[in-house]
Design a protein around this ligand. Sequence first.
Ligand SMILES: Cc1ncc(COP(=O)(O)O)c(C=O)c1O
Length: 410
Amino acid sequence: MPELALLGGTPVRTKPFPAWPIWDEKDVEAITRALKNGKWGIAPPEQSEVARFEKEYAAYHGAKHGICVHSGTTAIRIALQALGAGYGDEIIAPAYTFIGTVTPIIDVGAVPVFVDIDPRTYTIDPAAVEAAITPRTVGIVPVHFGGCPCDMDALLAIAKKHNLWIMEDAAQAWGAQWNGTGVGHIGAAGIFSFQSSKNVNAGEGGIVLTDDDDLSELIRSFSNCGRSSQGVWYGHYRIAGNYRMSQILAALLSVQFSRYPEQHRRRESNARYLARKLAEIPGFTVLERKPPVTAHAQHLFIWRYDRDAFGGLSRAKFIEAMHKEGIPISPGYSIPLYKQPVFLEKSFDPKHAAQRVDFGSIQCAATEKACAEEALWLTQPILLGETSDMDDIVAAALKVRDNAHLLLER
Ligand SMILES: Cc1ncc(COP(=O)(O)O)c(C=O)c1O
C-alpha cells in the first residue's frame, strides 16, 4: 500500500491545479481601449463599457435589466433598499453563506432571520423558511450556494402565499438555471459578484438583475447618488451612495465574461465526472443536484464527509492528509453565520432593531454539522483542469481512506 505523504511517502500529485485568474492580451487590449477612451467613470451610452456589459450580462440570463455596481455586497444593499426593506423588517436568509449576504440586511435597518439549509444541497430549506415567517417578514434572500440554484418553485410558492418578495443572492451562480431560466431574476431581483475568487472576475464588482422597470429605475437611483433618469444631473431624490462601476473595470469584465461559456462547460463536465467517482466511495456524499437545476455554476464543488466510514478519522486530519497528497481541499465555513462575533456581540448600532435577536440561542442543525465536521470544498479553478486532475483527487481520497487507521494511531 503506498505510504501517505503525511507520513513521509510520495504525494499523489505535485503539479499545481489551474491558476486563477486567467487573462491574456485581450484583457490588456480591453483595459487599454477603455483607458484611451478617456471616459473612465460616467460615459455617454454609446461609449459606455458599463452599459454594454449590463445589456450583455442581463441578456445571457434572460433578464430585462442589469445595473452594475462596486461589489456583490453593495448590489444586495441597493436591491434591498429598492425593494423597500427598512427599519425592523424581518428578512429570511440562510445561516450557511458568506457574511456579505447578511451585512446589507443590517445596513438597511432590517433584521436578519437565519434559517437552516437542506443538508442534501446546502441551499436554504424551504420548510425552514416557511416556519420562520412572522407578521414582520417582508422578504427572502435565498443564496444559490456554490452555484447551485435553490428550490425556487418551493420558495416562489411560499413568497406568493405570504406576500413576500424574493431577492436572489446569486453571487456565486453566474449562468445557473432553474428549469431553464437564468437565476437572478426568478424573484423580484437578484445579484451577482465579480470579486476575485469568482468564476466571472474583475477583481471586484457586482450587478443587480431584474425584469421590473420601476425596480430597475430605483436600483439605478440607489447606485447613483439618488438621481432619477428623468431628472437633471444635480437632481437627487433619495439618500443613496455612489456605487457606480468604472468603465475600465467593465471593459475587463467583458473580456473575462467572453470566456465564461467555455469555462462553464468545462467545470460542469469535470464536476459531473468527479461527482460520479466520489459517490462510489463510502463515507462521501456529493451534494445533490435536483432535476430542475438545468445549469449549475460550479463555483464550489462540495461533498459531505462521514468520519465513521473513515474509521473515526476527523475531517481536519483528512484535510491535512489530502493537502500533503497535493489536493487543496477546504472545510469551508467553520462558523455558522449567527455565531460570528459581530452577531454574538451585537457589534452594530445599539438602537438597531436586530438588537432584539438572541443570536446565541439559534441552532441550525444542518449548518452546524456542515461547519463542524461535514463539508469539504474544492474551489472553481480546480474544475478547469483535465479529467486526470479529477482522477488525482479521487486517488488521493482513496489513499487517505485506505491508510486512515495509521493516522488514528498518531
Ligand atoms: C454568497 C455571497 N453573497 C455575497 C457576496 C458578496 O460579494 P462581494 O464580495 O462582491 O461583495 C459573496 C462574495 O464573496 C458571496 O459569496
